[in-house]
Structure formats: structure tokens, C-alpha cells
Design a protein around this ligand. Sequence first.
Ligand SMILES: [Zn+2]
Length: 389
Amino acid sequence: MSAPTSHKTRKLLDHMQALLSLPTISSANPAIDMSNMPVIEYLAEQFSALGFQCEILPCASTHGHAKANLIATLGSGPGGLVLAGHTDTVPMDPELWSVNPLAVTEKDGRLYGLGSTDMKGFFALILEAIQPFLGQPLKQPLIVLATADEETSMSGARLLAELGKPKARYAIIGEPTGMRPIRAHKGVMMESIRLQGRSGHSSDPALGINAMEAMHDVLGELLRYRSELQQRYRNPLFLIDKPTMNLGCIHGGDNPNRICGHCELEFDIRLLPGMQAEELRTEIDSRLRPLAERWKVGFEFTPLFPGTPAFLCPAESDLVKTAERLTGHASATVAFGTEAPYLQDMGIDTIVLGPGDIDQAHQPDEYLALDRVQPCIDLLRGFITHYCL
Ligand SMILES: [Zn+2]
């Protein structure tokens, strides 16, 4: 057991307990997808009681489950700081957990629970961090943003981009980064290509159109396109400093003595900042469609999901410099995607910076180390002092 918990820690743990005990799993699987309204309502209640103006923005519901974002604002003005997080979690396997995933368990200097680190726990830290500022007039607004469906469709962030909300100058997203400021990540698109040929007896190639052979040409063209992209785009900020394309799976045909009538490929592309998924789709389409016409195969090219944009906040942004000064760490990049590009594209300089570690996320016995709690609260207070007072 750790040292006796103070009154302050008690309150923080109460908030965390409340947030984690309200399950808000988002999933493409209708059987396990849930509404995030209980957490949105809990946060709205808490922030309203502290004097924040709360606006609940309903998003498209999924599988009949209501989803919403929350924008809670204290103070007013043209600038302002957003502290942002998503309210949903990934699904879980309760049988693999050694503690109750839908509760906070304090054990071995850690706070265990689903969403402790990724990332409902961040809201409990915000509720604690804002305490000293509640009685004071703010020169610029402090905005808490809680979003829906980050783990699946990012529909919450997409809605914000459509509405142009919130209005602010700077944003910090408290995803697990081990307290290091992140100012860039790659984007991703996942695509599928279906070629429809015609099966026939393999003894005479003229009896059909071989979709697998057509796909062979498609693969060659995609790999040529990949090399061109890698010539065109480079960014030394990233460990893998070029865009990548992975040919992930391929299915086609059924028997060695039948002409392959149908072949299907799925692949992904990891985008560097500056690359737009829609532009790439147009280029891929214009390279592959004529090839399919030459082969006389049916050609379907469809995204498997809309894609996540790449994200880059300029190194010279005051937010990046302030984050580097307050944390003592140079800004860096991560391999995972976040909602940051949506905020950045609205003209809000954004960094990703939170108390958890990404290797704790999306797995059984997810936890937030207790020794991260106070440093994160102090850090948030540093940002609020710098941008709102
Ligand atoms: Zn997350």
C-alpha cells in the first residue's frame, strides 16, 4: 500500500471511479458498442457546478446508441486553451483482467482500470488541476473538450471540424505520451481493390478473364506508385521518414484448374504530414482504372474507412516551445493516430501530451502510474497559467 491518500487525492479518485465505472466502449461491432452519454453527462454536471458553460453536441448515433461531444468553457476571449480527451474506450476481455476493469483499483503505486490511461483518467486530472483557477478572472478562456468515438470512426472530432468548434488558439490532447510533448504523427488510409474477371476451364485461357493475372499488374503498379511517393515525400521527424504502403491481404480464385474469376486486395498507406488521402485516392484510381480496362475486368476501388489525417504542429508554435520548456523534453512524434489533425486544421495549434504510457493502452490491466498524477496536474496548471491568466 502507498502512503495514506489525502483529501485531494480522494476527490481525484472519486472522479476517476465515477468515470471508469460508466462503461463507454466504442466498437464497430454492434454487439459491444455503447453510448458515451453517461460520461458526457457526468462531466457536464461536474464542470457546470464549477462555473463552466457546458454545451453538449450530439453526434450521429451508432447502432442505436446516442453519442455526443461536450465543450465546457470557463471565461471568454479570442484566444484560449483547450484541454481535450476522448470519452470512449476500446473493448476489453474481463477474464484477462486481474482487477475489475470498470472501477479504479489502487495497487502497487498504480491506478488500474479500463480508460485509466487511455484516457478517461485525464478528465479526473483536469478536474483537480483547475481548482486554483476557479475563483480568478481568466484573460482567455479555458475549454475542456470531451469527444465521442475516437477509438472507432472519430465521428466526434469530425463533427467538431464541420461545426468549427471550439474556437481557441491552443489545444492539448491528453493521450498517453509519457508526459512528452508530441507535435506530429502520420495519418493512415486503408483501401480495398476488387477485380471481377470471368472463370472458365483452365485448359483454354480464352474461356475466361483471369482476375489474378490482372491483379498481378495492379500490384506492380501500386509498388511503382509507392516508390514514387517515397521519392516525393520525406520527413526526418519520423523514425520511418517516408510514407509506407503495406499490401496486407489478397484473396482470389478457388481451384487450380479454374480461371481465377475474382481477386481482392487490401492495403494501407501511412501518410506523412502534407499528404491528403483524397488526392492519393484520385491518383491511384487514375493509374489502375485504365489497367483494369485493358484487362476487361470489373474494377472497384473503395476505402475501408475514411482514414485518419496526418498531424503536424509547427516547431515554432508558442505551444510547442511552452510544452518543451514546461516538460523539459524536446517535442517528438508518435506512431499512433489521434484527433489532433482535426483541431490543428481548425487553426488551433495542438500538441498531444498526457500522463499515461501508450504501452499500457488497449490491453488487460491498463493502469496509470500514481507518480504521474501530481506532475501532470502541475504541468496542466503551468499551461493554464501561461495561456489563460
Ligand atoms: Zn486514446
